[in-house]
Design a protein around this ligand. Sequence first.
Ligand code: PLP
Length: 391
Amino acid sequence: MSSRTLYLDNNATTQVDPAVVAEMLPWLSEHYGNPSSAYGLGKRALEGIEAARARVAALLGCDTAELIFTSCGTESINTAIQSAIALDPDRTHIVTTAVEHSATMKLCEHLARRGYEVTWLPVGPDGQLDLEKLEKAIRPDTALVSLLWANNETGVLFPVERIAEICRAKKVLFHCDAVQAVGKISLRLADSGIHFLSVSGHKLHAPKGVGVLYTSKRVRFTPLLRGSQETARRGGTQNVASIVALGKAAEIAATHLAEEQTRVRALRDRFEATILSRLPGTSVNGDRENRLPNTTSLAFEGIEAEGALLLLDERGVCCSAGSACTSGSVHPSHVLKAMGCTNERARASLRFSFGRFNTEAEIDEAIEIVVAVVEKLRALSPVGSGPVLVS
Ligand code: PLP
C-alpha cells in the first residue's frame, strides 16, 4: 500500500474543506440546541440553519423559502419525484433517461412495478439526449420529467435550460438531479423553469448525510417525511451542524466556480491529454465539449478496470471503474452501455474526477502510476485476445 493518497474520485465524494469543518464544530459542541425549541439555545440553532439556507440560496440563485434541507441527494430525488406524482393521480407517466443515478433509476423501477409507466429516454454514443425524442415522449398524462444535469460517470452535461423550456411549453413538471453539477458550474434557478432540483453536500466539500431540495414556489409540494420541521415540508429534527457545514461549503463553492472552470479544468485536461498521448488505444467516453470541467471517463483497450483499480489502489490512486461490482459479479456500467459501448469497452473504463484540493504535482504523479498500471495489465494480456481478467 502506498502511504500517499492521490484522490482522483471527487464525483464519488469530496474531502470536507477544513474551513467547513471549522465552521461546523461549534454546532456539535456549544450550539447543541434543538432548532424547534423556543428558548435561546434553540433559537441559536435555528439561526444557524437559516444562515446556511441563505448561503445555499445565493449559490443556487433562488429564494430561501424554496429550499428544504434533507439527509442526502437520494432523499431529495425521492422527495421530488414522489411530490410531483402526488399532484395529480391521473398523471401516471414519468419521463427519465437510461443514464440516471441509481437514486432515480431504482425509484422509477419501483414506481413502474406499482403501475406507473416510465419512458427511459436513450442517449447517443456521446451520452447526449435527442431533445426531439424528449419532446415527443411527453404526453397529457405525464406527471414529470426527471433527469440529470451532469452525469456522474462521464460528466456529460444535459442542456437543462432547453429541457426546462420544453417542459414549460408542455406544461409538465421538471425535476433535475444536479448533485454533480452544483459547485462545478454556475446555476440560477429563479425563472429557470426547473420545478425541483436535488443537491448533495458531500459532492461539494461538505460532510456526507446532508442534502438540499429546491422546490419552486410555483408548485404545490407534498412531503415525503411528514412532521413539523422545515415548515412541515420535511419532518425530522434538522442535522444542524451538517446544515451549517453545507452553508459554508456553498459559500466557498460560489467563490470557487471560476477556479473549477480554469484550474480544475486545466488539471483534468493535462491528465487526459497526457494519458491519451502516452497510452495509444485509450479514448474518452462521452461528449468532450459539453462536460463537467472536472471529469474524464477513459476506455483503455486491453485492460479490465477491476484489476486496474486494485493495482492503482496499491499505489495510492483512488478512482472509479465504469462498472459496479454487485455481490461478486461485475456488471458493466448502465451509463456506458446506454451509450452503445460494448461490454468489453465498458469493463475497460475508468473514471477520474478532480477537485480543488488536487495539485499539479499530484496529477503528474498519478499519470506515471496510471501509465505503468495500464502497461503492466496490457503486457499480461495475450495479444488480440481482449481484456485480461486479473484475479
Ligand atoms: N445523483 C447523482 C448524479 C450522484 O452522483 C449521487 C451520488 O453519487 C446521488 C444522486 C446521490 O447523492 P447522495 O449520495 O447524497 O445520496
